[in-house]
Ligand binder design. Structure first.
Ligand code: PLP
Length: 356
């Protein structure tokens, strides 16, 4: 395991944070981890102050988008320590994304170690209020300076952190989601399951139109027939139909294998709630709404945690779910997940890594 160089901390950034109004992704913690891939291998990496770095206009990622990222969180636990939630899953997903984008993988153990170091050196930036956390953003991109469409020779991995509150202004209040009926995000055989810039770039226009009309995010349908449900802009989607939690399966490779989605499915099983991962058509959802069998819908994501869906809009009609209030199962998932993350509930799954 490499020993990272430690640079004395300073409080300039810390003092500029508005702790009463953190929002999401507005402030950045003092230190970041940087590793470089040169001549076919990763260097040891080091912790350096967060800040700008020089790039050349020909840097490949700017042109061809060979870049992948991750998102995970560290929580102040009730015993005064810091919990990181399932960093191994993010390390594995980063490497899955890497395969799709022809990027060299980064060893899982070194990734976890680097995340721990970033949290350790930025300890003062971990918010202490429940519901707030230190969001950790690893980003890995090709940075050779050359033009032409081919994979980069050189790469850089940066892991930085941001103290955050809720992703949505609504907090735990239900969000309004617009079903995309004229744009697509991903198709079978494409990049949908990778956490890469292209997927988010493809979502911007639809997202902006949805926001203009008062919706928080877009629910994507499959990219061929626009008939089956994929996922929401920054979270996976789960429904409660006939008391069972159903969610789109990962099989088509068009959606992100969410860590929160996976955690909810595990929690549901441990609570004796039936779950199924399968193809879900938009028609099945509207039928369920009409016959009263669909009781809840919620998004699941690291940034958004558990986010109940209050309104689904499809082809200019708004459909209200569960009286527009958070449902029983969504609430239970939210309470249990946050309980584990903040150390109030025993972690029976081995999901937490402690940092002191
Ligand atoms: C497109 C998309 N789907 C799903 C998720 C949820 O994944 P996770 O629970 O790992 O944060 C995210 C957020 O990272 C996302 O950006």
């Amino acid at each position: 395991m490499p020993k990272f160089n430690f640079i004395e901390r300073n409080d300039t950034r810390f003092n500029s944070v508005n702790w009463q109004k953190l929002g999401f992704g507005k402030y950045f913690a003092d230190y970041m981890f940087v590793a470089n891939y040169r001549n076919g291998k990763w260097d040891d990496g080091k912790i350096v102050p967060y800040g700008p770095f020089e790039i050349e206009p020909s840097m490949m990622t700017l042109h061809y988008g060979q870049t992948i990222f991750e998102g995970l969180k560290a929580y102040y636990n009730v015993k005064g320590g810091i919990n990181i939630f399932r960093p191994d899953k993010n390390a594995q997903r980063l490497n899955n994304s890497a395969k799709k984008l022809v990027i060299p993988e980064y060893p899982v153990e070194l990734f976890i170690q680097a995340v721990k170091e970033v949290v350790h050196y930025n300890k003062a930036f971990v918010p202490q209020k429940r519901g707030e956390s230190l969001y950790i953003r690893p980003v890995l991109f090709g940075n050779s300076n050359v033009l032409g469409v081919h994979p980069s020779d050189d790469y850089m991995l940066i892991i930085f952190a941001s103290p955050v509150a809720s992703y949505y202004e609504e907090g735990l209040n239900p969000v309004k989601i617009k079903v995309a009926d004229n744009y697509v995000r991903a198709v079978r055989g494409g990049l949908g399951s990778a956490k890469t810039a292209a997927n988010y770039a493809a979502s911007l226009l639809a997202g902006q139109e949805a926001k203009k009309n008062g919706y928080s995010q877009v629910l994507w349908l499959d990219g061929v027939n626009l008939s089956n449900i994929d996922e929401v802009g920054a979270m996976n989607i789960l429904f409660v139909l006939n008391g069972e939690i159903i969610t789109p399966s990962l099989e088509a490779g068009t959606i992100l294998n969410g860590v929160t989605r996976d955690s909810v499915l595990h929690l549901a099983k441990s609570m004796g709630i039936k779950t199924s991962e399968r193809v879900i058509s938009i028609n099945e959802i509207f039928e369920g709404l009409q016959n009263g069998k669909l009781s809840e819908a919620f998004g699941a994501g690291t940034a958004a945690t558990i986010s109940p869906v209050g309104i689904l809009s499809y082809k200019d009609n708004d459909y209200v779910l569960g009286d527009g209030k958070i449902g029983t199962i969504s609430q239970k998932m939210y309470d249990t997940l946050l309980g584990i993350q903040y150390g109030e509930i025993e972690d029976k799954f081995g999901w937490i890594i402690q940092v002191n």
